[in-house]
Design a protein around this ligand. Structure first.
Ligand SMILES: [Zn+2]
Length: 119
């Protein structure tokens, strides 16, 4: 970085060290009171998941959806299966079929009360 210059964190352009604002609109001026310390947002660990949207108004059956999940590969299918069970979502997919194809046991029936449907 050249002397008397600073780099704009927004656009990486070098601007005069005393510039209060970059061409791109980034404001170097320190905010009064509410000092903008670097906000340390923890990086969101996003598992890259294949698109698994709610079904379009298509004619795909639950089995076909299951096959599509399986087509993403074993690892992903397992992960999606897990998530589907945990979060009780993607009801348009026949997860038992997915589980069966993955060689996993079907979701064990809850021996106790039915939590799922409990009011
Ligand atoms: Zn800038």
């Amino acid at each position: 970085m050249a002397r008397g210059k600073k780099t704009c964190p927004a656009c990486n352009k070098e601007v005069g060290a005393r510039a209060m604002k970059c061409e791109c609109g980034h404001d170097f001026a320190p905010k009064k009171g509410n000092v903008l310390t670097k906000v340390d947002t923890p990086p969101i660990v996003e598992v890259e998941l294949p698109e698994l949207k709610e079904p379009e108004p298509s004619t795909m059956t639950e089995e076909e959806h299951a096959d599509r999940v399986l087509s993403y590969g074993t690892e992903r299918a397992k992960l999606l299966l897990k998530m589907a069970r945990w979060e009780k979502k993607w009801h348009h997919v026949d997860w038992n079929r997915v589980a069966a194809k993955l060689g996993e046991a079907e979701e064990p029936e809850d021996p106790g009360e039915e939590i799922e449907e409990a009011a």
